[in-house]
Design a protein around this ligand. Structure first.
Ligand code: NAP
Length: 286
């Protein structure tokens, strides 16, 4: 393997440690950062994600309050719970784990969360702030991608960046954040022609597709930084990303693994947003 392995564990631990220091400073002021975690239904993957988030809260010194609702929960019942959490001054962040069962409209739920408690940064108000580059929450996975690149010592400014994937919560905000760091950004998607040719020009290549072998070695410029956001299972049921890791490692300059890369960063950035939420609601400027 020629490429530097970007260490999501080490970088995410560092970010959680910084959040822990901030949490402790808030506690000294009498503010106990608190995240309400809402899980509806029995999706096993969601249960794992929620558990990881609760464990991270414990490590950082954020209180996590758990709300586990049955699969057949009605939309109104969830909206009512969100309203109660919005009003509760001891709760700083509200996280509703997606996806939700089909009887519940996700958009309505996201809109119902107080924008100041929207630690996932999914509310259109916060999405707007990200677009205009103003201070506030940053979307967890996209911000995690940027931290991985920058804390590994790579500069974004002036670089050719290619993002594969244009979803509202992942691909698009990654591209927006890279642009704000003065990258020259191209977004690719399922209708893109000559994906290989475009990817091959990238100094920084981010794949956020959710399909095995989306990025193969022939698509990568020698020395490029490759970040893999995808979460997939291979034929043996093993967790892996979008990037053909072993082959691309022979060409790239740096590469983030799955697992051990972006996934850990998402949780760390959530912790950071919980601290931001507690500060915002207590009018503490950082
Ligand atoms: P999504 O909503 O399904 O979006 C996938 C994107 O990939 C779409 O924009 C789609 O294009 C594009 N695409 C599909 N096939 C393609 C192809 N053959 N060539 C080029 N582009 C193609 O998924 P998402 O929510 O953005 O998530 C993407 C991946 O990231 C998933 O594996 C997800 O599990 C993972 N993820 C990881 C984390 C983490 O913490 N590590 C967090 C969130 C998501 P169109 O728009 O044209 O359909």
């Amino acid at each position: 393997m020629k490429a530097q392995r970007i260490d999501g564990k080490q970088i995410s631990d560092q970010i959680k440690e910084e959040a822990a220091q901030e949490a402790s400073a808030l506690r000294e002021k009498g503010i106990v950062p608190c995240l309400a975690v809402v899980l509806v239904g029995n999706d096993p993957a969601s249960a794992v994600y929620v558990n990881n988030k609760k464990k991270a809260c414990e490590k950082v010194g954020i209180v996590s309050r758990s709300y586990e609702l049955p699969e057949d929960t009605e939309e109104n019942a969830l909206l009512q719970l969100i309203e109660e959490l919005n009003m509760d001054k001891s709760v700083h962040g509200i996280l509703v784990q997606l996806p939700l069962p089909p009887q519940i409209n996700e958009k309505k739920v996201i809109l119902a969360i107080d924008a100041q408690k929207d630690v996932d940064c999914f509310h259109p108000f916060n999405v707007g702030l990200v677009q205009t580059g103003e201070k506030g929450f940053l979307p967890c996975t996209p911000a995690g991608v940027l931290e991985l690149i920058e804390r590994s010592g790579y500069t974004i400014s002036g670089k050719r960046c290619v993002v594969i994937g244009r979803s509202h919560n992942v691909g698009k905000p990654i591209a927006m954040l890279l642009l704000q760091k003065n990258g020259t950004v191209t977004i690719c998607h399922s209708k893109t022609q000559d994906l290989t040719g475009i990817c091959k020009e990238a100094d920084i290549l981010v794949s956020a597709v959710g399909k095995l072998h989306t990025v193969t070695a022939d698509m990568v410029k020698p020395g490029a930084v490759v970040i893999d956001v995808g979460i997939n299972r291979n034929e043996d049921g093993k967790l892996c990303g979008d990037v053909d890791f072993d082959a691309v490692s022979e060409v790239a300059g740096a590469i983030s693994p799955v697992p051990g890369g972006v996934g850990l960063m998402t949780v760390a950035m959530l912790m950071k947003n919980c601290i931001t939420a507690a500060k915002l609601q207590n009018h503490i400027v950082s």
